[in-house]
Design a protein. Structure first.
Length: 186
């Protein structure tokens, strides 16, 4: 079933929408949750919560790209669960490492005024990403959006783990410089 038909089922409040969504996007959403949580029961909970959030959000929202809409919900739920489970214990996990790496170039301590500028920041990051070579852009997105490990990236790009780490470090440095030039306090 195509995405437009699935969204139509949501608009009609037909429960078949959830079944069709799970059939088509279940493995996609599970892989996002897995990369962040690495716990099958937590992953399943986030994916099930994704279907509930989609049910509650459509309507009034009408997602242009259903996969991205669902992926974003899953990702946000997974990060929320990760934070909840790791509130008191820090260190050691892949997700902690990813968040620390990103913390080098994007601060999470913004004032309410800066939070309002979130769309502008997103636009600037997207502009920066468009300047990267395809391979580097894909590597960055797979690491920091899909939360793939350095080892998985090494296999995917057929490069050493050290090469991947150095490349990502350089990209983060360039991103930090790019955002600083545009007035972001990092």
């Amino acid at each position: 079933m195509d995405d437009e038909m699935i969204v139509g089922l949501y608009w009609d409040r037909n429960e078949q929408a959830v079944t069709e969504t799970a059939d088509k996007y279940g493995s996609y959403c599970r892989s996002i949750a897995h990369n962040i949580l690495s716990d099958p029961s937590d992953e399943e909970e986030c994916v099930n919560d994704t279907w509930l959030r989609a049910w509650n959000a459509i309507p009034p929202q009408k997602p242009a790209v259903l996969a991205v809409f669902l992926g974003k919900i899953t990702r946000n739920l997974s990060f929320d669960m990760y934070r909840k489970k790791h509130r008191e214990k820090r260190g050691g996990s892949e997700m902690t490492l990813i968040l620390d790496e990103l913390g080098e170039c994007v601060s999470g301590n913004e004032s309410p005024e800066e939070a309002i500028l979130g769309d502008e920041l997103k636009s600037n990051i997207n502009s920066f990403l468009s300047t990267l070579a395809d391979e580097n852009r894909h590597m960055f997105v797979l690491r920091y959006w899909y939360s793939l490990s350095i080892r998985d990236l090494s296999k995917r790009f057929a490069k050493s783990e050290n090469n991947i780490s150095v490349t990502l470090s350089r990209i983060r440095g360039r991103l930090k410089e790019y955002l600083t030039e545009r007035g972001y306090d990092i």
